[in-house]
Design a protein around this ligand. Structure first.
Ligand code: GAP
Length: 444
């Protein structure tokens, strides 16, 4: 496995600011916090769950909804050892682990700056010999403690697509080139989780296996590298914070004949968001051999049978959400006060609109709530009547809400509201009857 961070132009202050914002505004909480926390697992709060869902929806929209050549799947998280024997995970999915004999800390050997010095206690020459540590979580399926069948929590969603290749082929009437896409949780017993939700033991992936005629593999590999890089740009990340990095030959996984990573400039330097791999026919052949089932495609027109090659764009949903937060965070001084704003793309922003009655008096509450209900039928919206209006704007800026709709006392007379745009802070007055059309033009 490759180390997926390298030193770069770091901005550690940004990291702390975003992590604090996540806790303060309800994006991400440390898991089991009231019991002191459970290191490396996180819970997604009221706005975090919306944002994470939007990341996944944006991926699904471009990878499945807008493509006639990709279908979806939701495979099980638990699977039997045979799957992982065939995939190579039981023998290969491990990292070299060393223990410090002085302080007991465990480290991934290939991630150490100095392979001889413990970063926890600073002592040199205290490491044990490295041993391979398999990253899969093993459990038992069945009611009797210790007597059930061995099972594994999947460390990637990919294998679900390979083992369902024939099912999907037979039911969807697709033929290569076509893809199977899936979003879901994966689990890895990472030796050194860290950097907030960048590397955790439980995380979400968004993966697609694209099955192609062998002769077209290189062409499709290049196609998906470009498509996937562009996806992050289209969803608001500045191109200067992104790069596509081809792997060196010694970094390639056992199955890959070519891999490129989409990397993002995190506060500590470049880090992987997604890998696009040319996996050849490795996976289908392995599962065919281990299961005894043919996993191939019969091309009627050419009267030819072949095992498709696979191009795999594999992204992390939770890690991508973190990158969107880092890229969008901004501070600016407005009227001698610092305004924190998340300049998120509207598809990624948790709320699209917030409805803010100027006062919480009953005479405004009823009609303002009607405006909220009208908008909430179509868009995820917030309703907030606490505090001064300026403070409420700032709260919405901090969670990235693109539009605030203010219902004031004049609204009772003119049936109009004021809409404030997050980035420019410009305001327009619009009849309530025109609000939905105005939003529809912008929230595409
Ligand atoms: N099927 C290929 C595969 O799983 P990977 O590079 O190991 O490839 C794909 O994982 C993506 O999943 C990564 O680029 C990253 O975004 C995300 N990911 C992997 N391990 C992760 C972890 N421990 N925590 C959070 N995200 C992770």
């Amino acid at each position: 496995m490759s180390a997926d961070t390298t030193p770069g132009t770091a901005d550690p202050a940004l990291f702390d600011k975003v992590v604090n914002l996540c806790k303060r505004r309800g994006f991400v909480f440390p898991s089991a916090e009231i019991y002191g926390g459970f290191r490396s697992t996180y819970d997604y709060g009221p706005v975090g769950v919306l944002m994470l869902r939007n990341v996944k929806d944006a991926w699904w929209r471009s990878m499945v909804q807008l493509r006639h050549d990709v279908v979806g799947l939701d495979a099980s998280i638990l699977s039997p050892p045979q799957v992982w024997e065939a995939s190579g995970h039981l023998s290969n999915f491990s990292d070299p682990l060393v223990d410090c004999k002085n302080c007991g800390a465990r480290h991934r050997q290939d991630n150490l700056d100095d392979p001889d010095q413990c970063p926890t206690c600073g002592m040199s020459a205290q490491f044990t010999e490295p041993r391979q540590f398999n990253l899969m979580f093993k459990t038992q399926a069945g009611p009797v403690d210790g007597a059930g069948a061995d099972a594994y929590l999947r460390p990637e969603t990919a294998q679900g697509m390979f083992i369902n290749f024939a099912n999907v082929l037979n039911t969807s009437r697709k033929k290569p080139p076509f893809g199977i896409a899936q979003i879901g949780k994966s689990f890895r017993n990472e030796i050194t989780p860290g950097n907030f939700v960048f590397r955790t033991r439980e995380f979400e992936q968004m993966e697609m296996e694209f099955f192609v005629p062998p002769a077209e593999a290189q062409e499709w590999y290049e196609y998906w590298c470009n498509e996937r890089l562009q996806w992050y740009i289209d969803h608001g990340i500045d191109p200067s914070l992104l790069m596509l990095r081809p792997h060196d030959a010694d970094e390639l996984s056992h199955y890959s004949s070519g891999t490129s990573d989409v990397e993002f400039m995190f506060p500590w330097g470049w880090g992987e968001l997604e890998g696009i791999a040319n996996r050849g026919d490795y996976d289908l052949k392995q599962h065919a051999e281990h299961s005894g089932n043919k996993l191939e495609f019969y091309d009627q027109a050419a009267n030819e049978r072949y095992v498709p090659h696979v191009i795999e764009p594999a992204a992390g949903a939770t890690r991508t959400m973190m990158a969107f937060l880092m890229a969008a965070y901004d501070e600016e001084v407005v009227n001698d006060e610092t305004r924190n704003v998340l300049r998120l793309h509207h598809r990624i922003a948790p709320y699209k609109v917030a409805v803010l009655p100027l006062s919480k008096k009953d005479e405004l509450r009823g009609p303002a709530m009607d405006v909220y209900t009208m908008i909430a039928e179509r868009y995820m919206a917030d309703y907030d009547e606490t505090q001064a209006i300026g403070k409420r704007y700032r709260r919405q800026d901090e969670v990235g809400t693109p539009y605030c709709v203010t219902f004031d006392f004049d609204s009772l007379e003119d049936n109009a509201v004021t809409i404030r745009e997050r980035d420019s802070m410009e305001q327009v007055r619009l009849p309530i009857s025109e609000v939905m059309a105005w939003l529809a033009e912008r929230l595409t």
